[in-house]
Design a protein around this ligand. Structure first.
Ligand code: LLP
Length: 456
């Protein structure tokens, strides 16, 4: 029974094309993970391209078309990823100047890019204007001024959204909840600053307000948060149309046509553990779109185009991190109880999420079948720090030993993106797999890469 569980690859947690062969070896898209480690070493991220792409398509289908879905690049971005997103017809969100530069380097059409950030630099804003970015999501009064100046200097009119903080407590970790009042993003709805910001933008000759934005948080499972936020932001849209519509050159209807975008951000929760279920995006989307139509009708507004910005739900489940097990140590904890420490060759440098958010993961041996008895185990990395824990507590088979390959699934979002060079570990490679072929998307960082930054 336990052996079955230890060898199964739950399909709601693992990439769509992960399989265990008859000899116990796990393949992704037909590529055996031990072969990847033999060729490229471990740890290594392995990304299932077809899985990533099919999640793009499901999101597009759920939200009425690919143009309504912006992939949130912060989850994981390379030029190849930007090309996949482009080929699937999705739009793209960037949250920094360099994310924008990577997208542009991939040839991603600037008009389908949206730019985010609470403290965008002058350079970032100018690049948005000069590069023809689809819209900038405004986050502060200073930024309204800075962007208006950049657009004026370029003789351009920059489309923008105003980011609204609708005052909702998303049920997620405090650091990844973003729509409540006491945090750095957006303009407060409750205090009236969102209305003031929108008014100001409408008066600016070099900015064109095309709608409103909000984002309730990340890894959200309570879909009520999305619809409540939508309702509040629509309320603001109504207020804005009533107040500013009569002064608009094309009247209230013209302004309503102009403010046609309601961007509800990202946050769609995924399963990291067998016992969890991912948010049913198709069902949530259908419900959300119906509610938005209903609220708009109640307010006498034309139904806006709902856009979303998922990152994790597209990138997360597509990827696993493969490690090699090294040291195995049985440690006395209490009452003569033992805990087995399984050390792997990566750790908090390739996945900071457990240490930072208390995020939970599970692991499977991917180089063979296991059939040991379950023991209390902790999977730790190789960094010089006791908080370097990947899996705090799990019942794992007692036959795992040095040389076994252990893979952690659902590491495609915010793992490589938040990786570090702690202890001068180079970042692992990212290997893309598709139709039986492996290709290096990002190579491993070497000590030569680290030394090359030193100038003396
Ligand atoms: N849109 C905006 C404005 C955001 O701030 C974010 C995430 C997203 C979209 C994408 O959210 P997603 O669909 O991926 O949940 N590092 C954390 C997550 C931080 C999310 C920040 N903003 C983690 O590892 O869980």
């Amino acid at each position: 029974m336990d052996a079955d569980r230890f060898n199964e690859l739950p399909s709601h947690v693992w990439p769509a094309h992960a399989r265990r062969q008859e000899d116990g070896v796990v393949t992704i898209a037909g590529v055996p993970l031990p072969e990847i480690v033999e060729e490229y070493g471990s740890p290594a991220f392995v990304i299932d391209e077809a899985d990533f792409r099919s999640r793009c398509r499901s999101m597009a289908e759920a939200f009425g078309g690919p143009g309504n879905v912006h992939y949130a690049a912060k989850a994981f971005l390379t030029r190849a990823v930007a090309r996949w997103v482009d080929e699937e017809g999705l739009s793209l969100d960037v949250a920094s100047e360099n994310e924008l530069r990577i997208a542009l380097a991939a040839g991603f059409p600037a008009g389908r890019i949206a730019a985010h950030g609470n403290n965008k630099s002058e350079g970032f804003l100018r690049l948005c204007v000069d590069g023809g970015v689809g819209h900038v999501v405004l986050d502060s009064f200073q930024e309204i001024e800075r962007l208006a100046r950049a657009a004026a200097d370029a003789g351009a009119i920059q489309p923008v959204l105003v980011r609204v903080k609708p005052g909702i407590e998303a049920h997620t970790h405090e650091f990844i909840a973003t729509a409540h009042e006491d945090q750095k993003f957006g303009f407060s709805l409750a205090s009236g600053s969102a209305l003031r910001a929108a008014r100001l933008v409408l008066e600016s000759p070099h900015l064109r307000l095309v709608g409103l934005h909000c984002h309730v948080g990340s890894q959200v499972f309570d879909a009520e948060g999305f619809s409540l936020a939508a309702e509040r932001v629509l309320g603001l849209l109504g207020e804005l149309l009533r107040e500013c519509g009569p002064r608009h050159p094309e009247g209230p209807e013209g302004l309503a046509r102009q403010l046609s975008t309601l961007d509800l951000g990202g946050g769609y929760g995924i399963a990291y553990l067998d016992e969890e279920s991912p948010l049913d995006v198709a069902a949530v989307a259908a419900d959300l779109l119906a509610k938005v139509r209903g609220h708009a009708e109640e307010l006498g507004l034309p139904a806006p185009t709902v856009t979303v910005e998922p990152g994790r739900a597209i990138a997360g489940p597509s990827t696993v991190t493969v490690y090699t097990v090294g040291t195995v140590k049985d440690v006395h904890v209490e009452d003569d109880r033992l805990r087995r420490y399984l050390s792997v060759d990566g750790g908090m440098s390739d996945n900071i999420r457990p240490a930072l958010y208390g995020a939970r993961y599970e692991a499977r041996v991917v180089s063979r079948f296991v059939d040991g008895a379950p023991v209390d185990s902790r999977v730790v990395g190789s960094h010089c720090e006791s908080g370097d824990i990947l899996i705090d507590s799990a019942r794992l088979p007692d036959d795992i030993g040095a040389g076994d390959l252990l893979a952690i699934p659902a590491t495609g979002a915010y793992c490589y993106a938040m990786s570090s060079r702690y202890n001068a570990f180079g970042r692992p490679p990212v290997i893309a797999v598709s139709s039986g072929k492996a290709s290096v998307m990002l190579r491993r960082e070497t000590v030569e890469d680290l030394l090359a930054l030193e100038q003396d």
